[in-house]
Ligand binder design. Sequence first.
Ligand SMILES: Cc1cc2nc3c(=O)[nH]c(=O)nc-3n(C[C@H](O)[C@H](O)[C@H](O)COP(=O)(O)OP(=O)(O)OC[C@H]3O[C@@H](n4cnc5c(N)ncnc54)[C@H](O)[C@@H]3O)c2cc1C
Length: 304
Amino acid sequence: MLNKMIAHTLSLLPEELIWYFSKTYIAGESVADAIRVSRELNNNGARVTVDLLGEFITDIEMAATYREAYLDLIDQFAASPARGNYSLKPTMFGLLIDPDKCYAAVRRIVQAAAERDSFVRIDMEDSQCVDLELELFNRLKVEFPTNLGLVLQAYLKRTPHDLERLRRNHNAKEAPLNFRLCKGIYVEPPELAFQDMSKINRAFIENLDFMLNNGMYVGIATHDRHLIEQAERLISHYGAGTDQYEFQMLYGVTPRLRQRIIASGHKMRVYVPFGANWFGYATRRLKENPTLVKHLLRALLIKG
Ligand SMILES: Cc1cc2nc3c(=O)[nH]c(=O)nc-3n(C[C@H](O)[C@H](O)[C@H](O)COP(=O)(O)OP(=O)(O)OC[C@H]3O[C@@H](n4cnc5c(N)ncnc54)[C@H](O)[C@@H]3O)c2cc1C
């Protein structure tokens, strides 16, 4: 209900106003902005994963444009003093239009990262993409065993089965599986995804337990204090070292909590999105931020 109200409010606001609220979550529009913000985060003890914004293309010609933009990002970032790796969304390369073209584009990007001893994580998008993104990961992981990771979403009821299949299909001795575990952000039907936050949280901890217990590397991606405390208990229980896990947060979200986690000796990676196509990502973040609702409503009243 609240989400619908915010979505409706956002659709009525001018883009400049949405940008005003969104800019805390986005490094800027250029690679230079991404590098600048990454450097600041590095200086505060955080690693980064940089993401060029864009998703769900409808014209397959755009896949080549975005591939070149990512290759340019990798070139510039590797030559800069900033340190970090990369995240990408496969629908930006035509996953839902032409999976083979998408595979070729993502493969080229992972290859460029691997040549620089870096790493690419495939973000997980909505449920229509999950099988295709698992397939993409499985194909590329064979060729780039140490340079590729995937995101899994705790709210999806299928995730424990996917995890079990991934465990069986990949040789962990060759290179550990490397996942980011998050709650999941897309609106999904109850047949596919838990709707109740306590069930999502329970699933998150069960998935995390499975990953740590099976020698998988995990990026624990949450700002939820309660989940972070439970994760810390599991880390102690398994005696997991910092070569087995890291915490991850989004740029602009709970920076004080982030610094506390770094100060307590954990590895922390911040997801740094940038680029001209910020609107879809920004509105997802705004919908998650309860304190922004009243500002948005006030802005709307002033505009009206
Ligand atoms: C590094 C990273 C990568 C991600 N990648 C993906 C992905 O590939 N696919 C996917 O589906 N989802 C992804 N997500 C999003 C994720 O699924 C959640 O929607 C998001 O992280 C919010 O969930 P939470 O665990 O922080 O818990 P919540 O219960 O949503 O939030 C916990 C607390 O964090 C604070 N908070 C959270 N969001 C905001 C915000 N926008 N502004 C201000 N405060 C906020 C609030 O205090 C809130 O009470 C990613 C998240 C992170 C951290």
